[in-house]
Design a protein around this ligand. Sequence first.
Ligand code: GLN
Length: 300
Amino acid sequence: MEVILGEIATAMASEADRGRVADFIPELARVDPKLFGIAVALPTGQTITSGDARVPFSIQSISKVFTLAMGLGRLGDELWMRVGREPSGLAFNSILQLEQEGGRPRNPFVNAGAIVVTDAILAANQPRELLAELLRFVRAAAGDDDIHINKRVAKSEANNAHRNWALAHMLKARNNLRNDPHRVLGAYFHQCAIEMNCVQLACAGRFLIGAPETALISVENVRHINALMMTCGHYDGSGEFACRVGLPGKSGVGGGILVVVPGRASVAIWSPGLNDQGNSALGTTAAERLARHMGWTVFS
Ligand code: GLN
């Protein structure tokens, strides 16, 4: 495996077309598009890495996997009263469907759905308390306490996230937010601003492998989260990712992708340049190469 990861990192280093680094969060626009990292974590805890696998990056929407795990753990099926389980076919920050469909977001991975999940787990607590609990969960999953929130990134998003403010107010108007939009988005921007490197993220994703030695949540919730990662984890690029990679994955606009190989491994890939759907361009290519080389797929 070390050899193939090395080959992928070398091939990705010489790619000229690297996508575009997200610029709607100004702090993210400063990241060097030349960086590339990959890490594979096995259920045993062994990790294999290549490239910039120890450089921290902003996990952004990958945080939605962890908040969904907390939400399902706390509320169970009740959560689905407030958020759906269908792909949206629209951009992650689209406002269209939310108005048309009465304020129940299509799924927990589009921004509107993730904001509802954050509201649900915030309940009557302070955002500070929720974030501490989320960090505890992520650190325990990763087996690493050196995971933190980059407050500059959170602030940078808060000052520029006009679409998220619109979504939160629409949710409130449709009676699908218990808390004030400011409180919910305050927590949401900070969860997105968690920084991890590929090794930490791959390790944190092990609870989704479904192996007995990495269990942290119920088997049923592992299955549901993987199903949603497969169908909705890359927004309007989810079908394309499923065809090219054949594994559940969740992307973030920081350029990270968490890929689950059920029963076998958790993979984190990072390359900051994004494709038109806001998913890591080279991250997708690297995931495709790795899956093909290893014969990893959930489809055959
Ligand atoms: N914080 C970003 C947002 O809410 C996350 C989007 C993403 O990673 N796709 O817009």
